[in-house]
Design a protein around this ligand. Structure first.
Ligand SMILES: Nc1ncnc2c1ncn2[C@@H]1O[C@H](COP(=O)(O)OP(=O)(O)OP(=O)(O)O)[C@@H](O)[C@H]1O
Ligand SMILES: [Mg+2]
Length: 301
């Protein structure tokens, strides 16, 4: 994710991805429940071009309710663009995207209503620097969901507890580590009661020792049954937590399936080449990983 493509301000982050209405998602892996409830996200023949550059070249995939899907692939393969098309931060060139039964690519859709159901967490945290952790969690609740102060505080405290940061409610972002700031950003998204969460490399800007706490929070969300679409280079997280892994390259899905299948036994040469590079720290150290992204990616088995 390039910085310029993330929300310009925390306000925009709240408006674009952090607003939501109550929603219930099934337990991860409960196929019956997912079947009954339908898909959380359905993408059909999605194309996206920036001028002459075709970035998404016909993407078809879906995420069931309660499912955790990890998207992996080289830098520039279109992962962030795909995520951003799901909540219309990017407008698709053609194709359809349906979120919880509402076609977001329908020109008449009330996109703000749809976005309220989607929590989005970016690589950069987009917290308001002049507000405390607690205030960062209450502002969109109050402005967008029109919650009263007491209720907003109650929800905010519950979610700070969920991410292990009850002690930090009075801290300003500058007084928090990167990992703590990212956990506040996750708690902020959760405070809007999203039906599903999109994560775009939420740990790749963090120092390695701070990554674990953020992944632990995401792991516990997955256990609670949150529907999650996660762009990540954390292969151990993908293997352990994902119900499905999607490998993208050059704007197409090359293969998808269970983590054991895609990461453990990839069928395509492109997937094998990518995984060999990501999973081989020695290669990374000698600079042989030109295409895993502009940022320091955590290399993980
Ligand atoms: N707003 C934009 N205008 C022009 N080109 C863009 C824009 N956003 C993305 N691109 C281009 O689209 C391609 C896909 O970008 P995208 O950010 O989706 O890749 P990515 O798979 O998320 O990569 P990374 O792992 O580096 O985050 C890149 O070539 C990028 O330069
Ligand atoms: Mg990206």
């Amino acid at each position: 994710m390039k910085a310029g493509k993330e929300p310009a301000s925390p306000e925009q982050a709240c408006q674009s991805g952090q607003s939501g209405q109550s929603g219930q998602s099934g337990q991860s892996g409960q196929a019956g429940q997912a079947g009954q409830a339908g898909q959380a996200i359905e993408v059909q023949d999605l194309h996206k071009a920036f001028g002459d550059l075709e970035v998404l070249k016909g993407i078809d995939f879906s995420v069931g309710r309660g499912e955790v899907v990890c998207v992996i692939g080289p830098s520039g393969s279109g992962k962030s663009t795909l995520l951003r098309c799901v909540n219309l931060l990017e407008e698709p060139t053609s194709g359809t995207v349906t979120v919880a039964g509402t076609e977001v690519t329908d020109p008449d859709v009330d996109i703000d209503r749809v976005r309220r159901r989607i929590g989005m967490v970016f690589q950069s945290f987009n917290l308001f620097p002049h507000l405390t952790a607690l205030e960062n969690l209450t502002i969109a609740q109050r402005r967008v969901l029109r919650r009263g102060k007491e209720e907003a505080n109650r929800v905010a405290r519950r979610n700070l507890r969920r991410v292990g940061l009850s002690e930090k409610e009075a801290a300003y972002p500058a007084q928090l580590s990167g990992g703590q700031q990212q956990r506040v950003a996750i708690a902020r998204a959760l405070s809007m009661d999203p039906e599903l969460m999109l994560f775009d490399e939420p740990t790749s800007a963090l120092d390695p020792e701070l990554v674990g706490d953020v992944l632990a929070v995401m792991r516990s969300l997955a256990r609670e049954g949150m529907t999650m679409l996660v762009v990540t280079h954390e292969m151990s997280f993908a293997r352990e937590v994902a119900d499905r892994v999607v490998f993208m390259d050059g704007g197409v899905i090359v293969e998808q399936g269970t983590p054991d299948r895609v990461v453990g036994d990839p069928q395509h040469e492109r997937t094998r080449t990518f995984l060999a590079r990501v999973l081989d720290p020695a290669a990374a150290e000698v600079g042989e990983v030109p295409d895993v992204g502009p940022h320091t990616k955590r290399v993980d088995r």
